[in-house]
Design a protein around this ligand. Structure first.
Ligand code: NAD
Length: 487
């Protein structure tokens, strides 16, 4: 079965039928408007994007009710049929890839080729997650009894999404939630509501009413959803500060939470690397998406023996990274996504003069329009400075030095975050020994940020609770149920 495979939202079917000029909530299989609306801003031009709904508590009630209505039959739909629907959704999205990528540049600001990268990653994430097998674990099968563990749907899930990867982080919640039999209500960021709402609109062609719903709103909407007694789980991606509020709110009805939060990822560069090659990769991984990645490199520790040479090579590469509007030829960095974040990142630049920081490259930002920040490297700021301790979430990064492996490990672990970390060396044994002592959920050797959806993903310390991706990620949308069978 491919539920509702032929029914488009407007009774249409086929590929390019989505309208990217109007955006609605999607409740119980239908487009739904609100009396109040708001809009996002194109961060490259300061121009307004289209109006989107501002949901009310009544909209939340209606969506939760529709999800509840849909939950039972969706849970009873076979895994194979749910998988078929998810894969059909991916095929539908692939047909709309150009439209989604173009709009992503308008709402998020990222260069067009990185918008395509996000869409491609999203497509492969959906397909990979749908391809995973959710097992029934046989714990014992012996004389007289059998013990098995089944994984059953939790019920309604709320997916709360940030603004840096609005499409990818939507589908990495939709696909595992629905393939494991749960309805989901998506709440995109108020800064980037468009792609998320359109994805949910598209999903209506492949899922029964109430299985995939979308609500946009202002700052009230998240707390209304997390405190509502209906949902069974909140899957949240965002900052650690907000993650704590989500957990507190969810605790009132003991909702399950998965929290994918902030990071302050270190890279440890040993003295035996190919300096030019690694410096270029490290600069790319610090400035990709204008530094607005939870897993961007945010603290770069370089062995003192190669510090100057490595810094100079990183500076050279950074000078080649072009800042500009998404469609400009050769552009690598777009603007910061929103004015609030822009002001926050500029705050770090304000400290350059105050703290007498050494600017290795960058340091001066263009005037408007648009929230453009020049990629900037700061040479050895104090290790208790804001730039080192906090997550700037913008294209400004500190270069720091160390002299022994122990010192590098201690410095890298000196943070409340624990999302990712990497070690760079031509000696894999030494790099592995260092890597195994790092306090982070994702450790790379000689690369960073290269995720594989088959593997579990999550943060240590204040970078999160629980995991997404892999079989563990699927199980996080399920109750575990142990069955004791007396033979
Ligand atoms: P944010 O925490 O401000 O917002 C994230 C989402 O939460 C938005 O949809 C927002 O509207 C909603 N929200 C805000 N207050 C809420 C509340 N009280 N209750 C419920 N929902 C609420 O984060 P952001 O600024 O959108 O994103 C940047 C942050 O996200 C960075 O810290 C980044 O590291 C983190 N992030 C983490 C991952 C990861 O996988 N670990 C991925 C991407 C981004």
């Amino acid at each position: 079965m491919a539920p509702h495979a032929e029914d488009g939202v407007n009774g249409s079917s086929g590929a390019s039928s989505l309208d990217f000029t109007t955006f609605s909530n999607i409740i119980d299989g239908k487009l739904s408007s609100t009396s109040q609306t708001r809009h996002g801003i194109n961060p490259a031009t300061d121009k307004p994007n289209p109006e989107v709904p501002v949901s009310t508590p009544e909209d939340v009630d209606r969506a939760v009710e529709a999800a509840k209505k849909a939950a039972k039959s969706w849970a009873n739909t076979s895994y194979a049929d749910r998988r078929k629907a998810v894969l059909a959704f991916a095929d539908g999205l692939e047909k709309e890839k150009d439209a989604f990528a173009q709009f992503l540049t308008k709402e998020q600001g990222k260069p067009l080729h990185w918008a395509y990268f996000e869409l491609d990653f999203a497509l492969s994430a959906i397909r990979t997650m749908a391809g995973l097998e959710l097992p029934t674990d046989v714990v014992a099968d012996e004389e007289g009894r059998k013990i098995i563990v089944r994984y059953t749907p939790l019920g309604t899930v709320v997916g709360i999404v940030p603004w840096n990867y609005p499409i990818l982080l939507c589908v990495t919640k939709i696909a595992p939630a629905v393939v494991t039999g749960n309805p989901i209500i998506i709440k995109p960021s108020p800064f980037t509501p468009y792609g998320g709402l359109k994805l949910v609109e598209l999903a209506q062609r492949y899922f029964p009413a109430g299985v995939v719903q979308g609500l946009s709103g202002d700052d009230n909407l998240g707390p209304w959803l997390t405190s509502h007694p209906g949902p069974a789980k909140i899957s949240f991606t965002g900052s650690s500060a907000t993650g704590k509020k989500v957990m507190a709110s969810a605790s009132k009805t003991l909702k399950r939470v998965t929290l994918e939060l902030g990071g302050n990822d270190p890279a440890i560069i040993l003295e035996d690397v190919n300096i030019k090659e690694v410096a270029a990769k490290v600069a790319t991984l610090a400035f990709l998406n204008s530094g607005q990645i939870c897993l961007a490199l945010k603290r770069i520790f370089v062995h003192e023996k190669i510090f100057d040479e490595f810094r100079d090579a990183m500076v050279e590469h950074t000078k080649t990274l072009k800042l500009g509007e998404a469609h400009e030829e050769g552009v690598f960095l777009g603007p910061i996504q929103n004015s609030m974040q822009y002001e926050r990142v500029k705050g770090f630049f304000g400290e350059i003069e105050k703290e007498k920081l050494n600017v290795a490259v960058g340091g001066k930002n263009p005037d408007g329009p648009g929230y453009f920040i020049t990629p900037t490297i700061i040479d050895r700021p104090k290790e208790d400075s804001r730039l080192v301790v906090e997550e700037p979430f913008g294209p400004i990064v500190p270069l720091l030095s160390f002299s022994t492996d122990e010192e590098a490990i201690t410095k890298a672990n000196n943070t409340n975050y624990g999302l990712g970390a990497s070690v760079w060396s031509s000696n894999l044994d030494r790099a592995t020994k260092i890597a195994e002592q790092l306090e982070a959920g994702n450790i790379w050797i000689n690369t960073h940020f290269e995720l594989d959806i088959r593997a579990p993903y999550g943060g240590h310390k204040e970078s999160g609770i629980g995991i997404e991706f892999g079989i563990g990620g699927l199980k996080s949308y399920c109750n575990s149920q142990t069955v004791y069978l007396k033979k």
